[in-house]
Design a protein around this ligand. Structure first.
Ligand code: SF4
Length: 365
């Protein structure tokens, strides 16, 4: 059904990223060309779109099984009832990014690095997005005149060694803008490296063009942190995007993913995801506890459950495949690793550990 729908229009543009962006599905009526929505889902959609924009690329929709309500792609696309509820612990800005913003778009929370919010446009608006307060809305997005102030801030703050281009999705900017911004950052001598957070390789892999990779290559080293949540997202197209990033862009590619209820909260699914990522050259970097952003309770996996899942992975799969399980503390506390409790006892001279197979070992302090 899905490709037939686009075939009626013009499938020759399928691999053109600008066509994909312009032809995103943004309304309930368009979405119904792909999924049979229940009456309840339609009602939820109408309410949810007033809270957070809806958009999904034709490419990402094509990964979903429209007849399977448990499909992990479908679950990431279609608004669910709990999005309409804000629990007592959820916040508009759980990481207090706006409180650490010396210049429009720049969040300087950690000593040696700063995050630069550059675009409100994403190919797909993830229902669990931490920045749903502003993603999809141009109001808070820095304009070209704000870029200058941000660059001056980076220049003045010699403690900043890393700038993270983020959003929204920074790869929504044109190649010309990206080339300019990255080039300006490279000119600041104390900046050690640049990191780019993007979900394009997952939701619109055709954005990773040879021209874009050339910009990365010219500005080595560029660290690209992408966001695959489920093995179903690793397709021929996304593999090709990663290949280009690594081989044509000389980029170092990492992945961060969110632990999502009913989508990937399972050791076997995560094992499959992490193995496949390493197989295509991507290092799993962070597994995030879902941030306490408003309307996210439907995605939340209890932390103890996450720790249990990590214990089912650690030691059983190569350390190269294993990300750090972290929580970004609500209130702007920053990221902390979640405990794994391998140290079970300590006395004056020794430490008692339990290994991944639940065997006990004692070592001297
Ligand atoms: S791609 Fe990132 S910034 Fe954009 S909606 Fe998804 S989680 Fe939010």
């Amino acid at each position: 059904m899905k490709k037939t729908f686009f075939l009626k229009q013009d499938l020759s543009f399928w691999t053109n990223w600008k066509w994909q962006l312009q032809n995103r599905i943004t309304t309930k009526e368009e979405l119904e060309n792909f999924f049979s929505l229940s009456i309840q889902e339609k009602e939820i959609f109408d309410k949810a779109e007033k809270i957070f924009n809806f958009a999904v690329t034709p490419y990402y929709v094509s990964l979903a099984n429209p007849s399977d309500p448990h499909c992990p792609i479908r679950k990431q696309i279609i608004p669910q009832a709990l999005e309409l509820i804000q629990t007592s612990y959820e916040r508009q800005d759980p990481l207090y990014e706006e409180n650490y913003m010396p210049v429009k778009g720049v969040t300087h929370r950690y000593p040696d690095r700063a995050l630069w919010y550059l675009s409100h446009v994403c190919p797909v608006y993830c229902r669990f997005c931490t920045r749903k307060r502003k993603v999809g809305n141009s109001f808070n997005t820095p304009r070209k005149e704000d870029w200058k102030k941000a660059l001056e801030y980076f220049q003045e703050h010699k403690e900043i060694k890393e700038v993270i281009l983020s959003g929204g999705d920074p790869l929504s900017l044109s190649d010309t803008s990206l080339s300019y911004l990255i080039g300006e950052l490279k000119r600041i001598s104390h900046i050690n490296h640049i990191r780019i957070h993007t979900r394009y390789p997952v939701t619109l892999p055709f954005r990773i063009t040879s021209e874009l990779c050339m910009i990365f290559k010219e500005n080595f080293p560029i660290f690209v942190v992408t966001h695959f949540n489920h093995p179903k997202e690793i397709t021929l197209e996304s593999k090709e995007a990663i290949r280009k990033l690594i081989q044509e862009g000389n980029a170092i590619v990492l992945n961060q993913n969110v632990l999502l209820k009913g989508i990937n909260d399972n050791a076997e699914i995560l094992k499959d995801l992490f193995y496949q990522l390493v197989n295509i050259g991507v290092k799993p970097y962070y597994l995030h506890q879902c941030d306490e952003v408003y309307g996210s309770s439907g995605f939340k996996v209890p932390i103890q459950e996450g720790i249990k899942i990590m214990k089912q992975l650690r030691g059983f799969i190569s350390g190269i495949c294993l990300p750090n399980y972290v929580v970004d503390l609500t209130g702007g506390g920053g990221k902390v690793p979640l405990p794994t409790d391998y140290l079970i006892k300590e006395n004056a001279e020794s430490l008692i550990f339990e290994n991944f197979q639940e065997e006990i070992f004692k070592i001297q302090k």
